[in-house]
Ligand binder design. Structure first.
Ligand code: ADP
Ligand code: MG
Length: 233
């Protein structure tokens, strides 16, 4: 059973991708406490992104349970799960997944459209978006710029602002720094940590870059929490 100070609990989770190169992931017990910053390390192909998809409820475990903020996500209908994800989780992807033709403002505010309670947590969404841009070191006046016209480093900051707006309790980032150079990477991480800590948000970041270890409260290796089978029938 999840305790109140746990934002995430996976128990006896099993998920299998079917197909020719099938892959099975089993996670007996993985928990995140509220406010934890955790780096998840693992080889390419070890199932890190699969685990994040299970946590976000974009795929559902074939057995076991995934609880986010005390809710078993398998108990929600697909529509409720989409809304629940938007309310509870700020997501940052390796490829940013910004809408290139939409403005920075529209990109940052996008999750709030699907998450009315998250929108209510901030007095003014526009002010929150501006404040995040400022704190993330984006130039003033960037809000009306097309997201696709920004540099890679700036786009990644916009992706971070989109994840942080409305202070979701869980921030999940899948190799968010892999397309940034070392200097931009370190600034980006500092800003992400500052923002997460200011709101006691939990940060789960996937990387295969062991140099990031010292910055996190806890480092978890895939091989410590999961077993995998390739070519599982
Ligand atoms: P990582 O993020 O650690 O690199 P992934 O979770 O992306 O690992 O992938 C682990 C394995 O799961 C892959 O090697 C592949 O066999 C399988 N897999 C991942 N995504 C899919 C998918 N969409 N369809 C089928 N198999 C997949
Ligand atoms: Mg991956």
């Amino acid at each position: 059973m999840p305790t109140p100070d746990q934002i995430l609990t996976l128990s006896d989770v099993r998920y299998r991708w079917s197909g020719r190169a099938s892959f099975e992931l089993t996670v007996p017990d993985f928990r995140l406490a509220t406010g934890d910053t955790v780096l998840l390390l693992g080889e390419s192909g070890s199932g890190k992104s699969t685990l994040l998809s299970l946590i976000c409820g974009t795929i559902l475990a074939q057995s076991g349970s995934v609880c986010v903020a005390g809710t078993d996500i398998a108990s929600l209908s697909s529509g409720m799960r989409d809304r629940f994800r938007a309310e509870q989780i700020g997501l940052i992807f390796q490829q940013f997944n910004l809408l290139p033709f939409a403005s920075v403002r529209d990109n940052i505010m996008l999750p709030l459209r699907f998450a009315p309670d998250r929108a209510k947590r901030v007095p003014s969404a526009t002010e929150n978006a501006k404040r995040l841009c400022h704190d993330l070191g984006l130039p003033s006046g960037v809000m009306d710029t097309r997201a696709g016209s920004l540099s890679v480093g700036q786009q990644q900051r916009v992706a971070a602002a989109r994840a942080l707006i409305g202070t979701p309790p869980l921030i999940v980032a899948d190799e968010p720094t892999s397309s940034l150079d070392a200097a931009t990477q370190s600034t980006f991480l500092d800003l992400l940590f500052t923002q997460a800590r200011a709101h006691n948000a939990t940060l789960l970041m996937v990387s295969h870059d062991a140099r990031l270890v010292s910055q996190f409260d806890r480092v978890v290796h895939m091989s410590d929490i999961a077993t995998t089978i390739r070519g599982a029938a």
